[in-house]
Design a protein around this ligand. Structure first.
Ligand code: GMT
Length: 375
């Protein structure tokens, strides 16, 4: 199939999922056209089946806001005509599903029908899309899509609860390419980050308030009082400065490393012993799945779709949002001895294998095929 993938190219789960999906589809022989305003961050492997078409939005002083949706829908029309694209898979409702609908209508004027598959990722539903400013447009875009998917059952439930949806929604969970996480311990370079006697705790996110960064720091603070350890904070975002201040106030700055955005997530996870994800909301928690695929147990909240990913008492532990005391207790219980930690590490890998890319990508292929056949 000839497939257009529209996504955010920045660091963030939805862009990562879209990119990994496109790459796997290209390995399976499909022609993949990424259409977005920058080359997606994890798209470093351009091959003969992968194409990247940049959406330019020329600066024009009259416009206070540059019209990205317009540029994107025009680009979609051009690319469909030029490359014979058969389906547009848009990740994130705002503004991608909306722009795809406009493209579909323009193409129909020329007698070309291209179905839209919209994948909802979470923040487009629970945080941004639900705002009264966007809600009518998001509802419309979901209802006008030819197929709609969510990355967890929890997100499907939220979508149906928050919007007036007439369309069917399929749950297609996020996935992981387990082969990318098969480092041997010797390749991990653990000593770069910590002493031999220290545990390494990791958090990866865009450091926004929804990730509850103060809880990450407080849980770590409690852990390090009992067990020598380091915290690696990966990602950039508005909470970073406050988090650094919190570390100074707790007098643990020498034990916390802020590494910023990284393209080497797998290397960092390779030497991690525990992953923290205490989010307030989380449709899925792709970072937790990436951690588990690397054999890193997860201490998380039980918000949104996280319980569909992290298994209580097996791959880690889940607690109510904000229950720092319980999270700290559970973390220490995992880290306290080698035998327990190694068992949880093995379990984490086993749990991650339920989300193998080879099981999930065929579900998207079937959805594309159905949408194309239903012309
Ligand atoms: O978590 C974020 O802030 C980024 C956001 C995104 O839109 O990229 O992530 C969402 O999509 C991911 C991929 O499907 C999910 O794993 C995240 O749970 C989801 N984030 C939230 O629901 C807060």
């Amino acid at each position: 199939m000839n497939i257009a993938i529209v996504c955010y190219p920045t660091f963030g789960g939805s862009g990562v999922v879209a990119t990994e999906l496109g790459l796997e589809l290209s390995n399976r022989g499909h022609q993949i056209h990424f259409i977005t305003y920058n080359q997606p961050v994890r798209l470093d492997l351009l091959n003969k089946n992968v194409h990247f078409h940049e959406v330019h939005v020329p600066e024009y002083p009259l416009f206070h806001y540059q019209p990205y949706e317009l540029a994107l829908s025009s680009k979609l029309v051009d690319m469909v005509k030029l490359h014979g694209i058969e389906v547009m898979h848009v990740h994130y409702a705002i503004p991608h599903a909306y722009a795809a609908y406009m493209a579909q209508k323009m193409l129909l004027e020329d007698g070309i029908f291209v179905p839209i598959v919209t994948t909802l990722h979470g923040t487009d539903i629970t945080l941004v899309g639900n705002h009264p400013f966007y809600k009518p447009a998001v509802t419309f875009s979901i209802n006008k899509s030819n197929a709609v998917t969510t990355v967890s059952q929890s997100l499907k439930d939220d979508t149906l609860r928050l919007f007036d949806i007439k369309n069917e929604i399929d749950v297609v969970t996020n996935f992981i390419d387990l082969n990318k996480y098969q480092y041997g311990f010797t390749e991990c370079q653990r000593s770069v980050m910590a002493n031999d006697n220290e545990r390494i705790i990791t958090h990866i996110s865009n450091l926004r308030s929804v990730k509850r960064i103060p809880d990450v720091i407080n849980v770590f603070n409690n852990i390090q009082k009992e067990i020598p350890s380091k915290l690696i904070m990966v990602g950039e975002g508005p909470e970073r400065e406050k988090a650094e201040l919190q570390c100074r106030e707790l007098n643990i700055s020498d034990k916390v490393v802020f590494v910023g955005n990284s393209n080497e997530i797998d290397r960092i996870l390779c030497f991690s012993d525990l992953f923290l994800l205490p989010s307030k909301t989380e449709s899925f928690g792709l970072s937790a799945l990436e951690a588990m695929a690397s054999g890193v147990p997860v201490i998380s909240s039980n918000a949104g779709g996280i319980p569909e990913v992290n298994s209580q008492g097996f791959s880690g532990y889940l607690s109510n949002v904000g229950d720092v005391k319980q999270m700290s207790k559970d973390a220490i219980s995992i880290l306290k001895d080698e035998v327990t930690l190694n068992q949880f590490k093995q379990n984490a890998k086993q749990q991650a294998s339920k989300f193998g890319i080879e099981n999930i990508v065929p579900q998207y292929e079937a959805i594309y095929k159905k949408a194309i056949d239903n012309k």
